[in-house]
Design a protein around this ligand. Sequence first.
Ligand code: NDP
Length: 298
Amino acid sequence: MTAEILDGKTLAADIRAELAKKIATMPGENMPVLAVVLVGENEASKIYVRNKKKAAAEIGIGCEVVELSDTIGEKALLEIISELNMNHHVNGIIVQLPLPKHINTLNVLSAISPEKDVDGFNPYNAGLLACKEPKAIVSATPKGVLKLLQKTGVDLQGKHAVVVGRSNIVGRPAAMLLLNNDCTVSIAHSKTKNLKELVLQADILVVACGCPKLIKKDWIKDGAIVIDVGINRVDGKLYGDVDFEEVVEKASYITPVPGGVGPMTVAMLLENTYEAALRQQSETKHSKTGCSCENCHC
Ligand code: NDP
């Protein structure tokens, strides 16, 4: 068997084009605006932020980058977040990670207004996702993983999904999302015993552990769907956490690296920003009219 390639680049481009069409119909004052807080001089972070800004601009989302020195204190950073929370022109706020060591990341992420938390990293949104609340803002990478799985057309119900990695930004929310979509979910991590045996049981395998080419062909159940989130730079070349050349012969669907989950992450961030803007504008409208119903067109 040779797997079908799940082309995240094309799917992400289609999603961005759809968003651009919808945003083009919004009145100027309602165009979504994303604020990106960048602390320090981390080169990789700067590239990620530049890419997000470019992608936002291409579809009509305004993007304001707040660049701060890595000497900024936590209190001052929290004040900046608070100002962005109160700024009615800003619909989405993200803080580029990692933050300098003297700043408590959880405090900062928790300070972002849940309705503007378009990365979905605020524990409140993580909690809503864990409670299967539809109003949760789901972090971009897991949301992109789910869209890729849905693209296969395979029914997820009852499938055994194994997620390798339990970080707050990928593994845990990916596992929750799969659970909410009726998969039976196992989560593996660095202390998991007999990882190969567990992975061999997966109908759906999502790997986000940052270990280049960890997953080999003989770890894969025939016909499994393999989503490789990993991005690892080795000698200037990018590799996933899955040994693509081998596993492509055993899986039914597989994402490449690059060109799989990566482009979906950016598209999902933009989608989250657009959806946050819509929700905020609808709430403002309701509060002006005094209407208390949920889905009316007042
Ligand atoms: P973290 O380092 O935060 O988490 C890695 C997770 O993998 C941890 O839970 C760790 O376990 C687990 N792990 C590490 N080694 C092993 C192992 N040998 N066997 C099983 N589990 C292991 O990474 P992230 O979640 O932030 O990112 C994971 C990968 O995804 C990275 O390559 C990153 O670059 C990539 N990434 C890609 C994105 C995209 O858009 N495509 C977006 C975000 C990340 P433990 O908890 O025990 O330490």
